[in-house]
Design a protein around this ligand. Structure first.
Ligand code: BMA
Length: 380
C-alpha cells in the first residue's frame, strides 16, 4: 500500500500550508484579546465585499439643517439622521490628551469620547483613533509646529524621551479605560499614530526626520504600548498621505511585525476641475496598496478622504464609489463635520444627502446595520 503514506504526506502539507497562511495573516500582537483577534479575522473574511463606511467624530457633533452645530446629542450622528443608521466606523483623535486637557484638539471631551467609543462597540461598530499630538520637544507647540529633529531628540535626549513616554502613558490610560462592560475586556481599537508622514505638515513628516528615525519612533511606540502597558486591544495602521509609487509607500514602513493594516489619506481638492485626476490618482494608489498588502499579508483602508463641503452633489456615486468598488479595502473614512464651512460627510438638507443614500442602498459601502450582521467581534 504505497498510496497511504502519500495521502498522509499530502494531508500534512495541506495542514502546514493552512497554518502558514493563517500565521501570516495573524495580527501582529500575539497577546491580543479575543475580541481584537476576532475583529481582525472577521475583517479578513469580509475582504472583497463592500468596505465599511467611517466618519471622523461622527457621534460627537454635526451640522443641523439650519447650518448651526449640534454637539453631543445622545445616539445621534449626521449619517444616522440621513440614513437611519450610524456609520460603521467611528473615527476619533487623542490630540491634546498629552497636555491633560479635558477636551481634544477639536473640543470633544475625552470623557464623552470614552463613553461613545464603548457605545459604538456595543452596537457592533468599529472604532479607529488617530493622535494629533503636540510637539514633545516643546509642548506648547502644536502637531503642525514642525521643527527638524524632533524625532531625533525623542530618541536621543533623555529629557525629551521621558516627556514623550509620559505622553504615551496618558494615551495608554485612555486606551485602558475603553472596556466592554459585560466582559471587562479592552475594546478593540484600530490605532493610527503618525499619519500622513509622506507630507511635511506634522512634526513627524518626511521633511523633518530620516526614514530610520521615523521607523524607530514607531517601533518604540508600539513596544511601549503593547509591552510596557500590555495593551492587547490595538490593531496598528500605517497610513501615508499621497504616494507616487509602491517604493514611496514603503520607504518609511516600520515593519511587518508591528503593522496590521496598510492605509493612506487623500483629499479631493479643486473639484470639479480635478475630478479625473483625483479619481485616477486615487485608483492607482488603491491598486498599489492592494499589491503591497497582498505581498505583506495586511488589511487595507482609505484612512481619511473627502471633498471639503462636499461641493459636488453626486460626489458619493460619481467620485468615491468608482474608487472603492471592486477593491479589497476594509474601510473608507471621511473627515469630520466640523462646521458649515468645513465638513466631509452629508448632513440633513445637504445637497449630497440623497446621493449618499443611493451609495448606501446600492451596496457601495456598509453602515451600522449591515456591519452588525457581520458580528465582527464574535467567532463564527
Ligand atoms: C484637520 C481639520 C482641523 C482639525 C484637524 C484635526 O483636517 O479638520 O480643523 O483640527 O484636522 O482633527
Amino acid at each position: 500500500m504505497k498510496t497511504l503514506p502519500r495521502i498522509s504526506q499530502f494531508i500534512k502539507i495541506l495542514m502546514l500550508s493552512v497554518c502558514l497562511q493563517y500565521t501570516l495573516q495573524a495580527q501582529t500582537n500575539k497577546r491580543a484579546n479575543t475580541a481584537t483577534k476576532q475583529l481582525y479575522r472577521n475583517l479578513w473574511k469580509h475582504q472583497g465585499a463592500a468596505p465599511l463606511f467611517g466618519h471622523q467624530d461622527a457621534l460627537a457633533y454635526g451640522i443641523n439643517p439650519d447650518l448651526s452645530r449640534w454637539i453631543l446629542d445622545d445616539n445621534t450622528s449626521d449619517i444616522k439622521k440621513i440614513t437611519g443608521q450610524h456609520p460603521a466606523v467611528a473615527g476619533w483623535d487623542l490630540g491634546q490628551i498629552e497636555l491633560d486637557s479635558a477636551n481634544n484638539l477639536d473640543q470633544v471631551p475625552f470623557a464623552s469620547m470614552q463613553r461613545l467609543i464603548v457605545e459604538h462597540y456595543r452596537r457592533g461598530g468599529v472604532n479607529t483613533i488617530s493622535w494629533h499630538s503636540h510637539n514633545p520637544v516643546s509642548p506648547i507647540k502644536t502637531t503642525w509646529d514642525h521643527q527638524d529633529s524632533t524625532i531625533r531628540k525623542i530618541l536621543n535626549d533623555k529629557v525629551v524621551l521621558a516627556r514623550y513616554n509620559g505622553w504615551l502613558d496618558k494615551v495608554a490610560r485612555f486606551l485602558k479605560s475603553l472596556k466592554d462592560p459585560s466582559t471587562g475586556q479592552l475594546i478593540p481599537i484600530i490605532f493610527r499614530p503618525y499619519h500622513e508622514h509622506t507630507g511635511n505638515w506634522f512634526w513627524w513628516g518626511a521633511g523633518h526626520c530620516t526614514a530610520r528615525e521615523y521607523k524607530q519612533l514607531w517601533r518604540h511606540t508600539v513596544k511601549y504600548l503593547n509591552q510596557k502597558h500590555k495593551l492587547n486591544n490595538l490593531l496598528w495602521v500605517y497610513s501615508t498621505d499621497k504616494f507616487t509609487s509602491k517604493e514611496h509607500y514603503m520607504e518609511r514602513y516600520p515593519g511587518n511585525d508591528i503593522i496590521d493594516l496598510m492605509g493612506f489619506d487623500i483629499y479631493h481638492r479643486g473639484a470639479p476641475k480635478s475630478n479625473q485626476t483625483y479619481v485616477g490618482e486615487t485608483k492607482n494608489m488603491v491598486a498599489w496598496l492592494t499589491e503591497l498588502a497582498k505581498t505583506n499579508k495586511k488589511l487595507t483602508a482609505i484612512t481619511e478622504t473627502g471633498l471639503d463641503q462636499v461641493s459636488m452633489p453626486t460626489w458619493w456615486t460619481d467620485i468615491l464609489s468608482p474608487i472603492i468598488s471592486q477593491s479589497s479595502l476594509s474601510y473608507v473614512l471621511v473627515w469630520r463635520n466640523g462646521n458649515k464651512g468645513h465638513f466631509f460627510g452629508p448632513y440633513p438638507g445637504h445637497a449630497s444627502a440623497d446621493n449618499f443614500k443611493t451609495m448606501v442602498t446600492t451596496g457601495g459601502v456598509l453602515l451600522e446595520t449591515e456591519t452588525q450582521k457581520l458580528n465582527l467581534y464574535q467567532k463564527h
